[in-house]
Design a protein around this ligand. Structure first.
Ligand code: 7PM
Length: 347
């Protein structure tokens, strides 16, 4: 069964602007909206209309009510961090460094130092990954992935003070990372890649990030195709939440992510970025990962090292739409942007 209605809150208001007649996402006053786009899909036809928050809240509508409730419901803390403001997740890659001729100690020492540096810059969560999920990348085995990430997780858990998430698509890596102290599972396949991962995640009892991707990393950029990218990604995530619930993973434990760059053209990525707030209707915290991604390069023809300004703009577009977590490389710069934004947004 497809979700018949979607609600995209829009027109963010400063908290002082009004009481009552606003749409608040996850119970956060900084994430209050004056209006909403109501979207209805019937087969190939999509109807959209803009209504004010006052109109929407005054006229109860059977189809819209459950979506409104999921938008408004307070979000549970993640790994003991309350979602009162947008959290910054710092990216820590543990892939062999071409300069250290495969020296495992050097690779892990560099990753641990990088993680602690990101924490000092203000990261709320450290996302540690050992498999390259870049477009066109070759897969690695679970043992190799564990050899890369486990020593880093152990050291960061011991020496750092913020929760660690494990970026993996494999059940075995999830289990061993959790034993090593990881507090969040981040799976770019939304627990679809490994047939054992739904059950493994249910048993591990940690929060899980479900990211949307179309196709496998190796081929996903070949011919991405959607009827309506925003609604298709929404329906797919909705179905993954349902699969998780059937497997014993409650919605309160899930975080959703539209998967910028994973089987998407430039137009698809921009459409998702423009409609992030619609995903609050899934009733889970929303994560945005746009940092240094190739859509920024495609817009302007700049290499990854020069994509910080575009990455900050993407993060702020997400924050304005109430996303609860941004996943970034440049933690210090992002924290500065968020501090200025929230200074202006909370008046
Ligand atoms: C090319 C494509 C280079 C993708 C690097 C990447 C996400 C993630 C990654 C994301 C979540 C990167 C990525 N991206 N996990 N893992 N969301 N939840 O930027 O957007 O590191 S890999």
């Amino acid at each position: 069964m497809k979700t018949p209605f979607y609600i995209r809150p829009t027109g963010r208001l400063a908290p002082a602007a009004g009481e009552g007649r606003v749409i608040s996402v996850g119970g956060r006053r900084e994430a209050s909206y004056a209006a909403a786009e109501i979207v209805e899909r019937n087969g190939t036809s999509v109807r959209r209309r803009l209504v004010t928050a006052a109109e929407l809240l005054a006229t109860p509508h059977a189809g819209l009510e459950p979506v409104l409730q999921r938008i408004a419901a307070p979000r549970a803390a993640i790994a003991d961090i309350p979602l009162a403001r947008t959290l910054v997740m710092g990216i820590v890659n543990v892939t062999p460094d071409s300069f250290s001729d495969g020296g495992r100690y050097l690779d892990s020492a560099a990753a641990v130092a990088h993680a602690l540096q990101l924490e000092a810059e203000g990261a709320d969560i450290l996302d540690i990954g050992g498999e390259s999920t870049r477009p066109g990348a070759d897969p690695v085995g679970a043992d190799e992935e564990c050899r890369r990430v486990l020593p880093v997780i152990e050291a960061v858990v011991k020496q750092g003070g913020v929760p660690v998430s494990i970026d993996t698509r494999k059940a075995e890596v999830m289990r061993r990372a959790a034993d090593a102290g990881a507090r969040i599972i981040n799976d770019v396949s939304a627990l679809t890649h490994d047939t054992g991962s739904l059950d493994a995640a249910a048993k591990i009892e940690l929060p899980v990030i479900l990211m949307h991707a179309q196709g496998d990393p190796r081929t996903m950029q070949d011919h991405p195709r959607y009827d309506d990218v925003v609604l298709d990604v929404y329906d797919w995530l909705d179905a993954r939440i349902a699969a998780c619930e059937r497997a014993g993973i409650a919605r309160e434990r899930l975080i959703v992510d539209p998967g910028i760059g994973f089987g998407k053209t430039l137009a698809h990525n921009l459409a998702l970025l423009a409609s992030l707030s619609i995903f609050h209707g899934l009733g889970c915290p929303v994560l945005l990962g746009a940092s240094r991604k190739s859509f920024i390069g495609k817009l302007l023809g700049v290499p990854p090292a020069e994509r910080l300004p575009g990455s900050l703009a993407a993060a702020l577009a997400g924050v304005d739409q109430g996303v609860q977590i941004v996943r970034v490389h440049d933690v210090a710069a992002t924290c500065q942007a968020l501090a200025v934004w929230s200074g202006a947004a909370s008046i």
